[in-house]
Design a protein around this ligand. Structure first.
Ligand SMILES: *Cc1c(COP(=O)(O)O)cnc(C)c1O
Length: 364
């Protein structure tokens, strides 16, 4: 926590706004909107809920195809299944590790040739690194397919100075406990279209019609953020900039300290990209004598946790029947990539301990 969260939570208790409605939610949405091009915001119970509502509002129905990044966390794709629709997974390019625009266009063309235009594109900005947004956005416009940006890991990142989450019809953020800022659990849906966000709030509060009694003409959901959690979020937004600064400093430290090890390379920004570097990620070279598991276990012996990169969705048992456009990149990233400890509460000493342990591995 950053400092003021407790005060906001206490305020919620003192004023008895202990509900999925209240002044903190409105303030949180306003402050988040300020970070998102002034777009409309719905504060929700999770990032997954935000993706679910985005797909509903994009008109996705049972049996529809939805194009989705393969290299991601399962929560990007699960809501497609909630709707009885079919995820079609798209592999990565190697510049940002995110969705490959060429494969995306190929998939769109194939789907259209089969007489079934995809209903939405879910593009993910993994580890905070912006995807090739120019190309992806252009394809979304060219083929008139709604774009949903899963920016769950990328709050505060920008592409050509524009905040991620503001390029498509919808953007989503997550405030789960592991994200760059948290409300313990929570998420948000963002759109330039005020009407769509109003509709999202309606669906997120059980789709109750405007009547004195309880009247329902649509299926609703219980997806609103609690006023208590929004209080945590208000305090967390105050420290977002500082968190990004620290995340970037952690990445720079690892990069500097490990630069002599030729077997290790880093995911890097290009000129038009600004990453929040939610996690510092490395790749072990193809001809490395040490493989990813050896690397991980070596750190674990000293009680240092590291993790493989996300396992692509097209390799997950639960999605094995789904169509996929594959070029081998995400599988290769999974085989050779590792997330290093990146918590913003790590001290210089903690970071040095990790670095020294890694150096040990490469000293002959
Ligand atoms: C965390 C995450 C989500 C889901 O967010 P929740 O708030 O945990 O539901 C979706 N996509 C990605 C890429 C994530 O990292």
């Amino acid at each position: 926590m950053g400092g003021n969260e407790w005060q906001y939570v206490k305020e919620a208790f003192d004023t008895n706004w202990i509900a999925p409605v209240g002044p903190h939610i409105q303030k949180f949405e306003k402050n988040l909107s300020d970070l998102s091009n002034g777009y409309s915001v719905a504060a929700l119970s999770s990032g997954t809920a935000a993706i679910h509502l985005a797909l509903i509002l994009a008109g996705v129905l049972e049996g529809d195809d939805v194009l989705c990044s393969s290299f991601t966390f399962s929560a990007s794709a699960n809501p497609v299944k909630y709707l009885g629709a079919n995820p079609v997974f798209i592999d990565s390019e190697i510049e940002s590790w995110n969705m490959c625009p060429e494969l995306l266009e190929q998939a769109i063309i194939d789907c259209i040739a089969l007489g079934k235009k995809p209903k939405a594109i879910i593009i993910v900005h993994l580890y905070g690194m912006p995807a090739k947004m120019n190309d992806i956005q252009q394809l979304s416009i060219k083929y008139d397919i709604p774009l949903i940006e899963d920016a769950a890991e990328a709050l505060g990142s920008t592409y050509e100075d524009q905040p991620l989450g503001t390029f498509g019809l919808f953007g989503i953020y997550s405030f789960n406990g592991n994200k760059i800022i948290t409300t313990s659990g929570g998420g948000a849906l963002v759109s330039e279209d005020e009407g769509l966000i109003a509709k999202a709030k309606f669906l997120a509060t059980q789709a109750r019609d405007d009547k004195p009694h309880y009247e329902h003409s649509e299926i609703g959901y219980n997806y609103r953020m609690s006023n208590v959690c929004a209080g945590i979020g208000l305090g967390q937004l105050e420290v977002l900039e500082d968190r990004i600064f620290k995340k970037r400093a952690i990445k720079s430290f690892y990069k500097k300290e490990l630069s002599a090890i030729k077997e290790i390379s880093f995911l890097e920004e290009s000129e038009d990209r600004f990453s929040n570097f939610w996690l510092t990620t490395i790749l072990l070279s193809e001809n490395s004598t040490i493989d990813r598991e050896q690397f991980r276990l070596h750190l674990e012996k000293d009680n240092i946790e590291s993790r493989p990169l996300w396992k692509p969705m097209h390799l997950q048992p639960v999605f094995e029947d789904c169509k996929a456009y594959v070029n081998g990149n995400s599988e290769d990233l999974f085989n050779r990539g590792i997330c290093l400890p990146s918590g913003t509460n790590m001290t210089k000493k903690d970071l040095e301990r990790v670095v020294n342990k890694i150096k040990e591995l490469y000293e002959a």
